[in-house]
Design a protein around this ligand. Structure first.
Ligand code: EPS
Length: 388
C-alpha cells in the first residue's frame, strides 16, 4: 500500500492517490473531516486557519461508502486559492507588481531548496515546504486509521511540553483522559500546565517569537508481529521513526524509554517476561511496544520533539538571495505554535505507517480476506501466549 501527494500551500488544492487498499473498507468522508478539523485547532495557530475549513472530497476508489480496491483519490481544496489565483497561476506570467521572496528564513527550507532547485523566487520553496501539506497527510493517514480501527487499534496523542512548560502526568487512563486532551486548547492532559503553556504562547506572540514542544503518541491493541527483525528496512521502529521525522519541524523521536534507556542499566530497561494464570505476560512496557524492530503486542509509545516554527515576526538575520546584501528574513503569515496540531498529524502519520505494515503482514484484496488472515494469526499467537 502506498500513496503520493501533491499540492502547493496557496495552489488550488492538495491531492493524494492511495493505491493498494483492500476492497470493502467502509469509509465516510465525515470521519476524515473530523480529523482535518482537529488538525486545524490548537492555541497558537495563525490567520490561515480562519480562512480554511478543510474538507476532503473523494474523486475515485469509493462507491456507496465502500472502497473498490482501485486507487482512492482524495482532495482538499485551499480556500485561500481565491486570494492567490493570479500569483500561483499554472499558466501565464508573473504580474509586474509581484515582489519575489528573496530573504530566506533560517530554519525553513527556503535557502537549501533555493540552492537545490536553482530558484530565483524562494516562494517556490515555501509553497511546497509549507506545513499546509500536512492536511493531506492527515486525510491519507485517517484512511489507514479507519482500516486499523476495524481491528480494534486505537490512536491517542497529547502534548507533554511547550517551550519550557512541562505537563505532570502520573498515569494515563485511556481513553478517559483523552476527553480532557480533546477539550484542552493545547491538547494537554494537565490543566495547570495547559494554562501556563497558553500563557507562554501568548508571550512568544508578543515577543514576535515562536515555540516548539514535545508530543506523546499512544497506540493500543496493536497485534504482535508488525515489522521484522530480518532486514534493516523492515524494522518497524525505523519505519515509524522515519515517518515521524518526516513531519515538518520534528527534530527528535523516542520509542519507549528512548534516550533515557541509555542512562540506565539493562536490568532497569528491559521488560520482564512473566507467567500469569493465562500464560505469558509483560507487566511493564519500557520498550514502548517494539522489540527487535517488531511490534510485541504492547501499546506503542512514541515521543516526538518539535522545533519552534521558523517564521519569526521579530525576523532573524538573513541575506538577500538576489542582491547578496545582509538583511533580515522575510515576514510571512504563520503560526506562533503548532505543537497541538502536529500531535494530530503524528497520529495520522503513525496510523498510515502502521496500516502499511498491517497490509504487508495480512495482505488481502478484500476486507473479508484481511479479516480471515488476521483472525487466523491471532489464534496462532494465542496458542503461544496463553498456555494454561
Ligand atoms: C499551515 C498553513 C500555512 C501556515 C503553517 C501551516 O499557511 P500560510 O503560510 O498561508 O499562513 O499557517 O505553515 C507553517 C507553519 C510553515 O512553516 O510552513 C497549515 O495548513 O497547517
Amino acid at each position: 500500500m502506498r500513496y503520493l501527494s501533491a499540492g502547493e500551500s496557496h495552489g488550488p488544492c492538495l491531492t493524494a492517490i492511495i493505491e493498494g487498499l483492500p476492497a470493502g473498507l467502509r469509509l465516510f468522508t465525515e470521519d476524515i473531516n473530523r480529523q482535518l478539523e482537529r488538525r486545524q485547532g490548537g492555541y497558537g495557530r495563525g490567520a490561515r486557519m480562519s480562512i480554511e475549513k478543510d474538507r476532503v472530497e473523494v474523486l475515485s476508489g469509493l462507491r456507496f461508502n465502500e472502497t473498490i480496491g482501485s486507487p482512492l483519490t482524495l482532495q482538499i481544496k485551499n480556500r485561500d486559492w481565491d486570494n492567490w489565483q493570479e500569483l500561483m497561476s499554472p499558466e501565464g506570467s508573473e504580474p509586474s507588481t509581484y515582489n519575489k521572496v528573496t530573504r530566506p528564513r533560517p530554519g525553513h527550507a527556503d535557502l537549501a531548496a533555493g540552492l537545490k532547485y536553482n530558484y530565483a523566487d524562494l516562494r517556490l520553496a515555501l509553497e511546497r515546504s509549507s506545513a499546509r501539506e500536512t492536511a493531506i497527510r492527515v486525510a491519507v493517514g485517517t484512511v489507514g486509521r479507519i482500516l486499523l480501527e476495524h481491528f480494534g487499534i486505537r490512536f491517542y496523542s497529547h502534548v507533554i511540553r511547550i517551550g519550557d512548560q512541562t505537563a505532570e502526568i502520573e498515569t494515563l487512563h485511556l481513553p478517559e483522559l483523552f476527553e480532557i486532551v480533546e477539550s484542552s486548547p493545547v491538547r494537554c492532559a494537565d490543566a495547570t500546565a495547559a494554562k501556563k503553556m497558553v500563557a507562554a504562547i501568548k508571550q512568544a506572540e508578543t515577543d514576535g517569537d515562536t515555540l516548539g514542544g514535545v508530543i506523546e503518541l499512544l497506540i493500543t491493541a496493536v497485534p504482535p508481529g508488525l515489522g521484522s527483525h530480518v532486514h534493516w528496512d523492515r524494522r518497524f521502529d525505523g519505519l515509524l521513526a522515519g515517518a515521524i521525522m518526516a513531519v515538518p519541524a520534528i527534530k527528535g523521536v523516542e520509542i519507549g524509554l528512548g534516550f533515557s534507556a541509555a542512562t540506565r542499566p539493562g536490568s532497569e530497561v528491559h521488560d520482564p517476561i512473566v507467567r500469569n494464570a493465562r500464560g505469558i505476560d509483560r507487566p511493564s512496557n519500557k520498550a514502548g511496544g517494539l522489540e527487535g524492530g517488531i511490534t510485541n503486542g504492547q501499546p506503542l509509545v512514541i515521543r516526538a520533539a518539535m522545533k519552534p516554527i521558523p517564521t519569526l515576526m521579530s525576523a532573524l538575520p538573513s541575506v538577500d538571495w538576489e542582491t547578496g546584501a545582509a538583511s533580515t528574513a522575510v515576514l510571512e503569515r504563520s503560526d506562533v505554535c503548532a505543537v497541538p496540531a502536529a500531535a494530530v498529524v503524528l497520529e495520522a502519520v503513525a496510523a498510515w505507517t502502521l496500516a502499511v505494515a498491517f497490509m504487508e503482514k495480512f495482505a488481502g484484496d478484500s476486507m473479508e480476506e484481511l479479516d480471515a488472515a488476521y483472525h487466523y494469526y491471532l489464534e496462532q499467537t494465542s496458542g503461544h501466549l496463553n498456555k494454561s
